[in-house]
Design a protein around this ligand. Structure first.
Ligand code: BGP
Length: 480
């Protein structure tokens, strides 16, 4: 869409969530247990634990979450009041296929999403749907080893086909796997468990397994894209990439090269999603390891036939990388080990570096490499909010964060020619944080009365950012 000034007139303003982080009702409506349901909350500096089943007495925050399953009419009404044009959520795979490998879907689960989408459409809110957002059936982990098993391709494609057919007249915008590239951080057990249901086996080369699992997911994604377009040629089916641009810490050539390799190692997923091919360095790397990869000619043909229509991505922060003396180049950027602080930007309480210009940089980077439409499907500021005695929440810090990012987003559109479909800030209503498993890291325009121990009335109330975002939407981003 060619325009001189402003965002497109059909720009999709909205908000984003994921089924497991807000629905709750983990055992209602015939739902099966997902990987999210076996993860405990973090507490006092202790990370979330991945358990091998649900143990009494532990805090599993996703079980109830904010009970959106029962509150959604009230919540969607508030989204409509803010003026949302779209609402990004995911379909919990376990509501449709409780175990993942069944032949027949669970009608009650399908009906739930019919009702939810109808409720959105009632207010002209377009549902934007992620097929897999950190919540595959736990049964597939226990019985098939998660995505290290090729059989998962068929299970996922079947799930995609069932929901594509069911909602073909209600949903146009889809994404396959949420933040599929997080698993490149393969030493982080949270990243590979939530992305791919991988639990490392003793003695296993988890790096190789990650590449194999990622390959199966990419084939499954491509097959889903192809089938989706056959079911409804108007479908727009995107990838979903966690975009954290990695800057060199200095002009030192070794830092530049390290940053380049780090970017390659985190973002090759979009190469496959967009071109249907693996980048040369990756094929070479896998050959050099003498790994027997299960990548067939048919897979490569599937990848080529299932390239995505748009790039969906999250953007929260940038990071910096610095080469160590005599360090050999490696392709495996790891957040914990390889990042150094950037003295030019501030960080949130969780160390997430606030860098609005990094959003514009990322949009240009995607544009130059892939030149397809983009959709910012997550962006936002996680903070501990304080609810005042009169029920108000003064979250100016959140407004400041979002405003500065929207400004840069607009520059990317107006001055750099990026074709941007929409913008859906993360956690538009407070929900369970994926990283901490806690309620206290909040993103919402709408406050939900619930604490980390699970206590609270669940009452919804508007924060200051609610009216601000309403004004932003009604002016199509002109009035910030
Ligand atoms: C992304 C995920 C979301 C979400 C968000 C914020 O990585 O796609 O599921 O939770 O980040 O992260 P957190 O909840 O850890 O603050």
């Amino acid at each position: 869409m060619n325009q001189k000034k402003g965002l497109r007139s059909d720009f999709l303003w909205g908000g984003a969530v994921a089924a497991h982080q807000l629905e709750g009702a983990w055992q209602e409506g015939g739902k099966g247990i997902s990987v999210a349901d076996v993860m405990t909350a973090g507490a006092n500096g202790v990370e979330r634990q991945i358990t091998d089943g649900v143990k009494p007495g532990l805090n599993y925050p996703n079980h109830e979450a904010i009970d959106f399953y029962h509150h959604y009419p009230e919540d969607i009404k508030l989204f409509a009041e803010m003026g949302f044009k779209c609402f990004r959520t995911s379909i919990a795979w376990t509501r449709i296929f409780p175990k993942g490998d069944e032949a027949t879907p669970n009608e009650e689960g399908l009906q739930f999403y019919d009702d939810l989408f109808d409720e959105c459409l009632k207010y002209n809110i377009e549902p934007v749907i992620t097929l897999s957002h950190f919540e595959m059936p736990y049964y597939l982990v226990e019985n098939y080893g998660g995505w290290r098993n090729r059989k998962l391709i068929d299970f996922f494609v079947n799930f995609a086909e069932v929901v594509f057919k069911r909602y073909k007249n209600k949903v146009k915008y889809w994404m396959t796997f949420n933040e599929i590239n997080n698993q490149t951080d393969y030493k982080n057990s949270f990243a590979i468990f939530t992305n791919s249901g991988l639990v490392p086996k003793p003695g296993e080369n988890i790096e190789k397994t990650m590449y194999q699992a990622a390959h199966y997911e990419l084939v499954a994604s491509a097959k889903a894209v192809k089938i989706g377009h056959e079911i409804n040629p108007d479908f727009q089916i995107g990838s979903m990439i966690a975009m954290v641009p990695l800057y060199p810490a200095s002009p030192k050539p070794a830092d530049i090269m390290k940053a380049e390799r780090a970017m390659q190692s985190r973002y090759w997923f979009q190469d496959v999603h967009s071109t249907g091919k693996y980048p040369a360095w990756l094929t070479k790397y896998q050959e050099d390891q003498d790994w027997e990869m299960d990548i067939t000619k048919e897979d490569m043909s599937d990848l080529a036939q299932g390239t995505v229509d748009y790039i969906g991505f999250s953007y929260y922060m940038s990071r910096c990388v610095q080469a160590q003396d005599n360090e050999p180049l490696n392709y495996h950027y790891r957040e914990e080990e390889d990042s150094v602080p950037n003295k030019y930007v501030k960080a949130s309480e969780w160390g997430w570096q606030i860098d609005p210009e990094g959003l514009r940089y990322s949009m240009n980077w995607f544009k130059d490499r892939y030149d397809i439409p983009q959709f910012i499907v997550e962006n936002g500021f996680g903070a501990v909010d304080k609810k005042e005695a009169d029920g108000s929440v003064h979250d100016q810090y959140r407004i400041d964060y979002l405003k500065s990012h929207i400004e840069q987003m607009k520059l990317a559109v107006e001055e750099d020619g990026v074709d941007l479909i929409g913008y859906t800030p993360w956690g538009c209503i407070d929900l369970v944080s994926a990283g901490t498993g806690q309620m206290s890291k909040r993103y919402g325009f709408i406050y939900v009365d619930k604490d980390d121990e699970g206590h609270g009335t669940m009452e919804r109330s508007k924060k200051d950012s609610f009216d601000w975002f309403k004004k932003v939407i009604s002016s199509n981003g002109e009035n910030l």
